[in-house]
Design a protein. Structure first.
Length: 318
């Protein structure tokens, strides 16, 4: 609420994993929320609980083609995009289009509405980093023509056009660089480490580790990420900001942790490392701490326990 008026936010990709949690957070904060999704990787089941909510509206639209929304919009949050390697390798051209044309359309809508614009960018803009941990000042090490380039370069273009609109049109824009995030409402077949390992462990299947498992990742629980996104949305910061967790561990150790946590008797199998797979991934969070007074609060163990319980319930329902 501001001056007695309800604020409104349009969330592209709102039926996806992060988008769903963002929609809920905004509704809980008293916002009117317009969720836009073409359901290529999102799901209506994710937003089923918002049906009938007086301040929630769903629009089935492909934002790479157009975004049509009547009425006042105060914030445009562009979170639409396939986000897991399995998805953007399956949908390479839609991934490029939503990062380029979709970002252009979302920026145009924000400009027309006089709204604040936020881009969901990614740690993938750093590619296979030569600097560790990764600060926002690092320009990255990306293979533009590799199979992962469709996602990496789409997001890098999206950041470039967002900053162009900020400078040329004096728009209030935000860029959040999201590192590995996990939690309830991830798809069971998402393809990323957390859902893969949990699903395999709960079903007694071997956990698939790519390479020798020495590559490292850091994992942020979804509630921490959404809190950071909301703080950035309301801030005066226009430069990119990393959001993630700085607790880093090797993938092989992470797989063993999932086996122990679930009480599974699963083994671990090794497969060839995909091309351009990053060897290390950990955010430098100094900027988020200083400018947003933010840092993650949920421990890896606590977040994994919550996620495993949700996965158990979903597997029973499937």
């Amino acid at each position: 609420m501001e001056g007695g008026k309800i604020k409104s936010a349009l969330v592209t990709g709102g039926a996806g994993f992060i988008g769903r949690h963002l929609c809920k957070h905004l509704l809980d904060k008293g916002f009117r929320v317009v969720c836009v999704d073409n359901l290529i990787t999102g799901s209506l089941a994710n937003i089923d609980e918002f049906k009938g909510h007086p301040d929630f509206e769903f629009l089935n639209q492909n934002v790479a083609e157009h975004i049509s929304c009547s009425g006042k919009i105060d914030y445009v949050l562009h979170f639409a995009s396939p986000a897991s390697p399995a998805d953007y390798l399956k949908y390479p051209i839609p991934t490029l289009k939503v990062g380029s044309l979709g970002t252009h359309n979302a920026l145009g809508l924000a400009k027309d509405k006089g709204a604040v614009f936020m881009l969901a960018s990614t740690s993938e803009v750093y590619g296979d980093p030569l600097v560790h941990p990764q600060p926002e000042s690092y320009w990255g090490n990306v293979n533009p023509i590799g199979p992962r380039g469709v996602y990496d370069e789409a997001k890098r273009f999206a950041e470039a056009i967002t900053m162009a609109y900020h400078r040329q049109h004096r728009m209030d824009t935000k860029i959040v660089r999201i590192f590995n995030t996990f939690g309830p409402y991830m798809r069971l077949n998402d393809g990323r480490a957390v859902p893969n390992f949990i699903w395999q462990a709960l079903n007694g299947r071997p956990l698939t580790v790519f390479g020798d498992g020495s590559q490292t990742r850091s994992f942020c629980y979804i509630s921490d990420l959404v809190d950071g996104i909301f703080r950035l949305m309301l801030s005066s910061v226009n430069e990119p900001v990393n959001l993630g967790n700085s607790e880093e561990l090797p993938i092989l150790e992470f797989a063993r942790k999932i086996i122990a946590l679930t009480g599974s008797r699963s083994s671990i199998v090794f497969r060839k490392l995909p091309q351009d797979d990053p060897k290390n991934r950990r955010p430098d969070l100094a900027k988020a701490r200083k400018l947003l007074k933010w840092e993650p609060k949920v421990s890896l163990e606590e977040g994994l326990n919550l996620t495993v319980e949700w996965f158990k319930s979903e597997i029973k329902r499937a």
